[in-house]
Design a protein around this ligand. Structure first.
Ligand code: ATP
Ligand code: MG
Length: 430
């Protein structure tokens, strides 16, 4: 036997037993975006490394140490996308979509970050992502948050808290940055390595530190909200009004900054106390300078990203994960000619009932072992075709879950009978 190959560190498989929860999340996501008039956007998983360096920022965890980057055979510098926003902005520019001025889109798929693996933190993970372009006012900020709130609510999730802050304009931030540098310089001896490095590179990032020691120092730092320009302040207050009138509870968190550099004004996070230290399930904000920074015409933008693994963990924890998809009918085939006829019968049933979930026994076996498989499949009914049934032009129908007498059905009546028993719709008359 050859030596088995291990998966890469920090990646995970979605096993068939877990697929229902993922599909449920994805289905609800599609419905909620449709309800707000957002269109799906599919962008590549690989992009030029430069794209992420220029958008996410040099002094961020992602660009400093988390990107999966490589040089391919043609000397292209390529990175597996660590997030979706940069790629969507690139795509919006390179496809000329901003000529139509405004755009509300969403995207879903795998992201890649080489971070330390732990529960709720993977090297390949998945995000649901929303982005909007061309809306300068706080109405879109409110809509984006309402949309995320509806999605979480539709999934039945509770124990979630919305944190809100404003980072102001880059000009206001640079004044704040000086105040922050002065404050943290006064505590330099107590700063950890990351924070020391950020002190000169990007002191705002110290506010985002997960280190409890740093959190204590951060608690005394000056507040960005005290440095906001008048327009950003008005924008923030209007957003808060919108949320209040929509009945969305929020908490202003003056030290909330996001781990990426491109944000301006509104930033927000949905956090939970149900997942230990990986508490953020959704995070986003406004990025009014990013489109221009990446070579497009100056266009305001805003977006958020939701971690699908963490949502699925919450669904499982709160007993909300959808039940595993099981066949409704298992077709038992015993005897020389039954296989050919059985396949035909199965295809005929699937033609008639597009929603029917039917599993056919493969690989032969006696009645006993085939019924064992039927039971294990979770099917409610077993359809049985043996030599005897074949000779008489009937199929036996056995309810696997209830104590009722087995019945027999003529070949030309089984479609209708099954449709009735299972309440199937959309059938075509035979
Ligand atoms: P964190 O502070 O947890 O590292 P972040 O600021 O890096 O988060 P974002 O880039 O804002 O995260 O990503 C949005 C969401 O995607 C996170 O809130 C989280 O739910 C999810 N996410 C981010 N990184 C990972 C990961 N490595 N594994 C699983 N989910 C992740
Ligand atoms: Mg991170």
């Amino acid at each position: 036997m050859g030596k088995s190959i291990e998966p890469l560190r920090g990646v995970h498989d979605v096993l068939p037993a877990q697929a229902a929860a993922w599909q449920h999340l994805e289905r609800v996501t599609r419905e909620v975006f449709a309800a707000y008039g957002y269109e799906e956007f599919r962008v590549p998983i690989i992009e030029q490394t430069q794209l992420f360096k220029r958008s996410i920022g040099d002094f961020t965890d992602i660009v400093e140490k988390e990107m999966f980057s490589f040089i391919d055979q043609g000397d292209d510098h390529i990175t597996l996308r660590p997030e979706a926003t940069a790629g969507i902005v690139r795509a919006v520019i390179s496809n000329g979509l901003l000529r139509e001025n405004r755009l509300r889109v969403w995207c879903m798929g795998p992201m890649f970050r080489r971070e330390r693996p732990q529960a709720g933190r993977y090297r390949q993970f998945h995000q649901i992502d929303a982005e909007a372009f061309g809306f300068p006012g706080p109405d879109i900020d409110a809509e984006m948050i309402l949309l995320s709130a509806r999605l979480l609510r539709r999934l039945g999730l509770t124990r979630l808290k919305l944190l809100l802050n404003s980072l102001g304009t880059p000009a206001a931030r640079s004044v704040y940055r000086e105040a922050l540098t002065a404050y943290f310089s006064g505590h330099e001896a107590a700063l950890d390595e990351d924070s020391k490095r950020r002190l000169t590179g990007n002191p705002l990032r110290i506010l985002d530190s997960k280190n409890p020691e740093m959190r204590r120092i951060v608690a005394g730092a000056p507040l960005l909200l005290d440095y906001l320009d008048a327009e950003s302040k008005a924008h923030f207050e209007s957003l808060c009004d919108h949320l209040r009138s929509a009945g969305i509870e929020y908490h202003v968190e003056p030290h909330l900054v996001r781990g990426l550099d491109y944000y301006t004004r509104t930033v927000f996070e949905w956090t939970t106390d149900a997942l230990g230290s990986q508490a953020t399930v959704c995070a986003g904000g406004r990025y009014d300078g990013l489109v221009e920074q990446l070579g497009g015409a100056s266009t305001p933008g805003i977006g958020w990203a939701m971690g699908q693994e963490r949502i699925v963990m919450l669904l499982e924890k709160q007993g909300l994960a959808a039940v595993r998809d099981q066949p409704q009918v298992y077709l038992v085939l015993v005897g020389a000619n039954t296989e050919v006829h059985g396949f035909k019968l199965a295809e005929r049933l699937r033609d008639a009932w597009p929603d029917l979930k039917l599993q056919v026994n493969l690989g032969g076996g006696g009645f006993k072992s085939q019924f064992r498989r039927a039971d294990k499949s979770g099917a409610q009914f077993a359809l049985v075709l043996g030599d005897d049934e074949m000779a008489r032009g009937v199929v036996a129908l056995k309810d696997m879950r209830r104590e009722v007498a087995q019945e027999e059905c003529a070949f030309d009546q089984i479609t209708e009978r099954l449709g009735m028993l299972l309440g199937l719709k959309g059938g075509i008359a035979e």
